[in-house]
Design a protein around this ligand. Structure first.
Ligand SMILES: *Cc1c(COP(=O)(O)O)cnc(C)c1O
Length: 408
């Protein structure tokens, strides 16, 4: 029996999309690691913005512009508080994790040189691999990989061996989107700092499950996408320590990011605006703040506990299916289950599940090196959120059994 402090039936009423049918069946949404659903409370904030105070921010003297600016800056403070960030201007609003990582990787071009080393974990999302490869191509720095074991855990002895005074930066996700592994980022950050390397943690997949504390972690950079925490797409956060953000050059030029412009010389705006060129996703930023309010009203401890129960329940049920193998069996993992059934292509399972109204993801999950490690083309990934139920797990398990019988 799953016992939770959360009233899941009431929570589900907040998510209108959960009432819809897909292919004639009630939607069972288990693709939360790709994007989360949006509660009415956040939808209302989006509608309210466009109905009542849509205006460009920061530059206007008129009332609407003031209201929009106040709401946008209030959201920045919500994000700051949520992540226990020391200074408001250390919160850079971006279009999401990918944008945040590119901003930092680009900025580091002048800080790394030929022969320097950059460490990246074996279980990164492509968005935390490709920008560093591009940085290495520009600078002649060398990319080294922190290996993982069969359970999908980083091999920490190997990480410590790789660290040296050549290491300039270390990149790692907090939680792997493909496997659910929660990485020991505190240990990674401490050890990296001892050799003078900066650390960027990709928090995109941790955000819906773990309330990360920037000051306690002492991390240099941390990235989040709002759409994985019940917010809209196209907006996210880059947290950077003030000293780093002051050192990094701007990423994009344009309006908003300048102090003064002449054709001879331009001086840049103060933080955070130096990194926020152009009109931002104003409504998205405001809704991002509302999404964190919503998640906090439910409570991250209760969410983590309930999702752990769902994970245990689903893992046991799925493993009982003949020929089913789960990839990613780390001791410390979030509610993500990547699996395959012997002799069946993941895509075929996903297609049959969709016919049954069940949304899962199939493929390499933007983490091809992980699939190469396990020598598989991809997996079926079911990822659970606090609004999923035990009954939905049962529907998934029945669906997978049915797919197996049809395909074998
Ligand atoms: C989703 C995700 C990303 C990419 O986020 P975008 O919002 O697409 O920029 C990066 N890393 C991880 C671990 C993710 O889960």
């Amino acid at each position: 029996m799953i016992q939770t402090a959360l009233d899941i039936e009431t929570i589900r009423k907040d998510f209108p999309i959960l009432n819809r049918k897909v292919n004639g069946k009630p939607l069972v949404y288990l693709d939360n690691a790709a994007t989360s659903q949006t509660p009415q409370q956040v939808i209302d904030v989006i509608v309210d913005y466009y109905q009542n105070y849509n205006a460009n921010i920061h530059r206007g003297v008129h009332s609407l512009s003031q209201e929009a600016t106040d709401a946008y800056e209030a959201a920045r403070i919500k994000i700051q508080k949520h992540y226990n960030i020391a200074k408001t201007h250390e919160v850079i609003l971006t279009s999401g994790t990918t944008h945040s990582i590119n901003l930092v990787a680009n900025g580091f071009t002048s800080f790394v040189k030929k022969g320097d080393e950059i460490l990246v974990s074996a279980m990164e999302h492509h968005s935390n691999i490709v920008p560093w490869q591009m940085l290495c191509e520009r600078t002649g720095a060398i990319l080294k990989v922190i290996p993982m074991n069969q359970n999908g855990e980083l091999v920490m002895e190997a990480f410590h061996d790789l660290l040296s005074d050549k290491t300039k930066m270390v990149f790692c996700n907090h939680v792997s989107n493909a496997l659910g592994t929660v990485n020991p980022i505190k240990e990674i950050i401490e050890a990296s700092h001892k050799v003078g390397a900066a650390v960027l943690v990709d928090g995109a997949q941790a955000a819906p499950h773990i309330k990360a504390d920037m000051q306690a972690l002492d991390v240099d950079f941390y990235t989040v996408s709002a759409h994985k925490v019940c917010g809209p797409t196209g907006v996210g956060m880059l947290y950077g320590k003030e000293e780093w953000l002051n050192k990094l050059p701007p990423y994009q030029g344009g309006g908003e990011m300048i102090a003064e412009v002449t054709f001879e010389k331009t001086t840049y705006a103060d933080l955070p605006h130096k990194f926020e060129a152009g009109t931002p996703n104003i409504c998205g930023g405001i809704a991002f703040g509302a999404a964190l309010d919503y998640m906090n009203s439910i409570g991250f401890d209760a969410i983590a506990q309930y999702e752990e129960e769902l994970l245990q329940y689903a893992t046991a049920q799925l493993l009982a299916i003949d020929g089913l193998k789960i990839y990613g069996t780390a001791k410390n993992k979030t509610s993500v289950i990547s699996f395959n059934i012997d002799g069946i292509h993941p895509y075929d399972i996903g297609t049959i599940l969709d016919k049954l109204g069940i949304a899962v993801r199939t493929g390499h999950h933007c983490a091809q090196p992980i699939m190469d490690f396990y020598k598989i083309p991809g997996t079926v990934r079911a990822s659970f959120s606090f609004y999923n139920t035990k009954e939905e797990v049962d529907v998934l398990v029945e669906g997978v059994k049915r797919a197996r019988n049809m395909l074998l």
